[in-house]
Design a protein around this ligand. Sequence first.
Ligand SMILES: Cc1cc2nc3c(=O)[nH]c(=O)nc-3n(C[C@H](O)[C@H](O)[C@H](O)COP(=O)(O)O)c2cc1C
Length: 186
Amino acid sequence: MSGPRIVGFGGTTREGSTGEQLIRAVLERCARGRASTRLFAGAELAALPHFAPEQPERSPAQRDFVEAIRAADGIVIGTPGYHGGVSGLVKNAIDLLEDLRADQRPYFEGRPVGLIVCAAGWQATGVTLAALRGIVHAMRGWPTPLGLTVNTVAQKPFDPAGALADEAVRGGVEELSRQLMSFVRP
Ligand SMILES: Cc1cc2nc3c(=O)[nH]c(=O)nc-3n(C[C@H](O)[C@H](O)[C@H](O)COP(=O)(O)O)c2cc1C
């Protein structure tokens, strides 16, 4: 029998995006728990046209993203704190999920959503996490009890080889993955 499907999206278009690396780290741990995983990182999200509700046409990239979330058993969202909130890149992808509104299982209904926020200061990590939790609640999802926040100035989560180097962040990644996997109902 195949394992749960976990889909992650987010990070930034910046080379070496901390958010992207953290989503990857969570997905890797889910894969060790027999999940099949997929990541939509900054470049893929940047290829999504600006969502416009009155426009029914969808690009292949938009359809691919919507179908992946529709089929997901668990979701991971990672955003930077930009001006005290969720980045436009990530919010545009979330807004596209309006296409799931009329589904039998709308939006994120019944599924765990692991949340990751990276910002250059503690204040933005906190307010952005609160905003992201509000979005997931509005979309009927279940944010994991742990929201992983990383201050990318005060913490250096990865070494130059890309391995998790910060003990506290590694613990957060492990716990977020554990909570996500313990809640999925494939
Ligand atoms: C346009 C922009 C706005 C930002 N706004 C904030 C902010 O309000 N507060 C903050 O702490 N960091 C802010 N930052 C810093 C980013 O949140 C931080 O560099 C984060 O680590 C970026 O994520 P990444 O490492 O995945 O690229 C901002 C960065 C950019 C480019």
